[in-house]
Design a protein around this ligand. Structure first.
Ligand SMILES: [Zn+2]
Length: 227
């Protein structure tokens, strides 16, 4: 049986060759990252560490410090867009040794929201996919109490000055959230990447009305250096 499966896999690879999204080498059938790149990404991932000097008032934790390969992966996930690559990145995150100790059973994981027009175009909100996967694996609650009211320029495309004003009046609490779900619990805002922390700050300002015990943020990587 093993031999047949292996033969079929090889045959599929011949007829439907897949390329690694990160280095373009041929990958296994239905894989978007080659083993070599997956290994390089998993090496830079570790238990969440705090990021300093951002605008976010709470604390932002990151699974990896600024790294070219992870940043490339996140850019490709957004602009290609590639849900397959996102899923592979999530799987690498879930395997970080000791990651489960970061979460408490009553944490509520809240994704940074995406405007529905952008989500319709991309097909998914990467922050929501990450938050759902983390909540499922670590037995936390998942909720989407914050919505994005306007589609604005991506923070990554803004200059330093625009980043502070670009997100004014963009977020609001959704009509169908249940405040008692959040009272006294720790809220963890989840996003793929943090730059200045402005998106996370604006989300947290909405979430404060829910009276959580604490609001922190968790991202896969960050790219902020205070000038
Ligand atoms: Zn590769």
């Amino acid at each position: 049986m093993k031999i047949i499966v292996s033969f079929l896999k090889r045959a599929l690879n011949v007829f439907f060759s897949h390329r690694c999204h990160l280095c373009s080498s041929v990958t296994e059938f239905k894989r978007s990252v080659c083993n070599n790149c997956a290994q390089k990404v998993s090496v830079v991932m570790g238990c969440p560490k705090p990021v300093f000097d951002t605008r976010f008032k709470g604390r932002i934790y990151t699974l990896s410090s600024y790294d070219g390969l992870v940043t490339d992966a996140i850019r490709i996930i957004k602009y290609k867009p590639s849900k397959c690559l996102l899923n592979e990145l999530i799987q690498i995150c879930l395997k970080v040794p000791g990651f489960e100790e970061f979460f408490r059973g009553d944490d509520v994981l809240v994704p940074a929201p995406m405007h529905y027009t952008r989500q319709k175009k991309r097909g998914f909100n990467q922050a929501a996919e990450i938050a759902r996967a983390f909540a499922k694996k670590f037995n936390c609650l998942y909720a989407e109490p914050v919505v994005r009211m306007k589609a604005v320029k991506a923070q990554a495309e803004c200059n330093e000055k625009e980043r502070t004003t670009n997100l004014e009046n963009v977020f609001a609490l959704s009509d169908d959230y249940l405040p008692e779900k959040f009272y006294g619990r720790r809220i963890i805002i989840i996003d793929d990447v943090a730059t200045t922390g402005t998106t996370l700050l604006k989300c947290s300002q909405q979430l404060e009305a829910l009276n959580p015990s604490e609001i922190i943020a968790l991202v896969i990587t960050h790219s902020y250096k205070k000038k």
